[in-house]
Design a binder for this molecule. Structure first.
Ligand SMILES: [Zn+2]
Length: 376
């Protein structure tokens, strides 16, 4: 007997169960952590996004099947599926600790089902990728990553990110910003340069900008000055923000609050902070970017709990390559360089921690990223 169609239906129905359950959870539990936010309408964007290859973007549409007539055996699965793991390849439910989940063939499954992922932050202009970027992009596509937003983190880096996006239209887009580490270099010239880059249709967000008091590579007043000027660029152009915050939550939040209603979307990228910080960002209707930090058993454990509290339409995935190589990769690579193909590891870990099938995490995070960056 050919079980293939049955498996497909079962995986689809589990996705559906989880979706229904997730909605109920949000309705019941969210008022204290998800106050409705009534934003004024987003300012009209003074530009047309005609450069992106719309057909290529449409091919990224995730394929999550919802079955109307589930097979009877599906009721053997626990409901509601609070903690556990559905192995999409076998359609089998593994209750209990997610750590016991079978990880085998996950990447192949993502690729086979054409469930696209979007890496919302990769530093592809980093010198680590100078020699083999085409191969890196090929591996990303083979692993189901269909679009990458290249992070611009300095004046020169932002221009190079845009150049890369131009030469890979449809596959890559860019952000334009100056990282808090480089904040001491922020002057009127830099501001004008960023404004002109940000007007290009392939630049989808202002940033990376924000505050980093963890490393304090630039004086804090310079960081605040550079951050505020980039907040103003985003507000003036009506663009989303790609933000970085480490050990600077209070100052960061105070500045962000003043501009939040003047920008359409905000993502706090590589979120690693506390439950309180997460609550503050969600209350400001921010998106949350999750990296391979969550795959780190030494310092990512608190994130594994918190990631369950992020509404599905506010959660996006990123590698922050070449940094933060996920520690869950098996066999452990000999090199330390992270690259976009490993986004599937982040997706798999987030799915385990949220107790949802991996295709649901993939589809929801992709839909969130497409809406956030206006990708078709
Ligand atoms: Zn960062």
């Amino acid at each position: 007997m050919d079980l293939a169609p049955f498996r497909f239906e079962l995986a689809g129905f589990l996705a559906h169960l989880h979706h229904v359950h997730g909605q109920a959870r949000e309705e019941l539990a969210l008022p204290h952590r998800w106050p409705p936010k009534h934003l004024p309408p987003s300012p009209a964007r003074p530009r047309q996004h005609t450069h992106l290859d719309q057909r290529a973007l449409r091919r990224m549409e995730p394929h999550v099947s919802i079955s109307a007539a589930p097979p009877k055996a599906v009721f053997a699965a626990p409901f509601p599926p609070r903690r556990g793991w559905c192995d999409p390849a076998g359609g089998r439910w593994y209750p209990g600790a997610c750590a016991a989940s079978p990880r085998r063939d996950l990447g192949q499954w993502l690729t086979r089902q054409e469930t696209a992922l979007i890496d919302i932050g990769a530093n592809l202009t980093h010198e680590d990728f100078a020699r083999d970027l085409p191969a890196v992009l090929e591996r990303a596509v083979a692993a189901g990553v269909r679009h990458i937003v290249v992070t611009g983190a300095s004046r020169v880096g932002s221009a190079r990110a845009l150049d890369l996006a131009r030469s890979h239209d449809g596959m890559l887009s860019a952000t334009a910003g100056i990282h808090p580490h480089q904040a001491a270099d922020y002057d009127d010239d830099a501001d004008a340069g960023l404004r002109s880059l940000a007007r290009d249709p392939l630049v989808r967000a202002v940033g990376e900008t924000g505050l980093d008091y963890n490393r304090d590579l630039a004086p804090r007043d310079a960081q605040q000055h550079a951050f505020e000027r980039q907040l103003r660029i985003a507000a003036d152009l009506g663009m989303p923000l790609f933000l970085h915050q480490r050990d600077a939550h209070d100052d960061f939040l105070a500045l962000l609050r003043r501009y939040r209603d003047r920008v359409p979307n905000v993502v706090v990228h590589c979120f690693t902070d506390t439950a309180g910080a997460l609550r503050d960002y969600l209350a400001l209707d921010c998106h949350i970017g999750i990296t391979g930090w969550i795959c780190d058993e030494r310092r990512g454990l608190h994130l594994r709990e918190l990631v369950r509290d992020i509404p599905a339409n506010r959660l996006m995935l990123e590698t922050d390559a070449p940094y933060l190589l996920p520690r869950t990769i098996r066999p452990t690579p000999k090199h330390r360089r992270n690259e976009p193909m490993y986004l599937r590891e982040v997706c798999a870990q987030v799915a385990r921690d949220r107790g949802e099938p991996v295709e649901v995490t993939a589809a929801n995070s992709t839909a969130a990223a497409r809406a956030f960056f206006g990708l078709g």
